[in-house]
Design a protein around this ligand. Structure first.
Ligand SMILES: NC(=O)c1ccc[n+]([C@@H]2O[C@H](COP(=O)([O-])OP(=O)(O)OC[C@H]3O[C@@H](n4cnc5c(N)ncnc54)[C@H](OP(=O)(O)O)[C@@H]3O)[C@@H](O)[C@H]2O)c1
Length: 253
């Protein structure tokens, strides 16, 4: 049985990945902070899909938490989904600096270290995959959130190039709006987001796993977002920042 480790596995996009992978017969390692919720999620996956499920309680904003996940992936897994993440409260000048730094730790340092630790055994075996969940925000200027997700895209693509031909694939996944706990957790007002910009989580995960198999470098679900990112590449930065502010909530997405 292949084994997949998913961070942020108890809610939203991560939970959708776990259900999809379990449905495909994949054993799982679930990572998040809330131990009780992890246990409940694992029990449901075992009952519904008959797969083996481990839980790993880890706060990826801490060195110990990241190290625990590094140790687990170094033992060998077939797929890593670096998905854990959160949105920002407030703008740069009013936000809590500790929260900004925690965001860099979860979105960047944890992704770097877990990817590195996972690749060792994968490259030795000549097979495996890493999906690093970024965001459409990676292509626009909207605070530390979008800056950190921009890092995820560039980092993932650069590692992908370096291991090209190894049988191991690293892909950045850039979702737009998905209805999860993300917006409520970070106090975002999503009332003005038009319906056509909301992505279906099930289709998003199906498409992401298909793109991983096809060796796509940066997976962007949904035509509206591919158009938005295309515009971002040709329009001046000033214009795309204004466009992103219109398509976004009160805070970066
Ligand atoms: N939803 C969207 O519209 C959207 C759009 C673009 C990109 N994304 C990205 O997609 C990813 C998943 O977001 P989501 O919308 O599914 O969020 P979500 O519903 O809020 O779920 C977040 C998950 O991450 C875990 N988590 C949060 N902080 C953690 C930490 N410090 N250490 C370990 N686990 C942590 C949470 O569990 P615990 O609280 O128990 O730790 C939970 O399982 C994020 O990287 C986000 O930036 C989301």
């Amino acid at each position: 049985m292949p084994t997949a480790l998913v961070t942020g596995a108890t809610a939203g996009i991560g939970a959708e990945f776990t259900r999809h992978l379990a449905g495909d017969g994949c054993d799982l390692v679930l990572v998040a902070r809330d131990e009780e919720r992890l246990a409940r999620t694992a029990a449901a996956l075992r009952t519904d899909h008959g797969v083996a499920v481990e839980v790993l309680v880890a706060d990826l904003a801490t060195d110990d938490g990241i190290a625990a996940v590094e140790r687990r992936v170094a033992q060998g897994v077939d797929l890593v989904v670096n998905n854990a993440g959160f949105g920002q409260r407030g703008d740069f000048l009013t936000s809590d600096v500790a929260e900004e730094l925690a965001m860099l730790k979860v979105h960047c340092e944890a992704v770097l270290r877990i990817t590195r630790a996972a690749l060792g055994p994968m490259l030795e075996r000549g097979s495996g995959g890493v999906i690093n969940v970024a965001s459409v925000a990676a292509f626009f200027s909207r605070g530390t959130y979008s800056a950190s997700k921009g890092w995820v895209v560039t980092f993932s693509d650069s590692v992908r190039q370096q291991i090209n031909g190894s049988g191991v694939h690293v892909m950045a996944l850039c979702p737009g709006w998905v209805r999860t706990e993300f917006h409520q957790r970070s106090g975002m007002d999503t009332a003005g987001i038009p319906g056509f910009l909301w992505l279906d989580a099930t289709r998003l995960v199906t498409g992401a796993l298909r793109d991983l198999r096809r060796g796509v470098a940066v997976s962007v679900p949904g035509l509206p977002y591919r158009i938005l990112i295309g515009l971002g590449r040709v329009l001046p930065r000033r214009a795309t920042t204004r466009l992103a502010a219109r398509a976004g909530s009160r805070h970066a997405h």
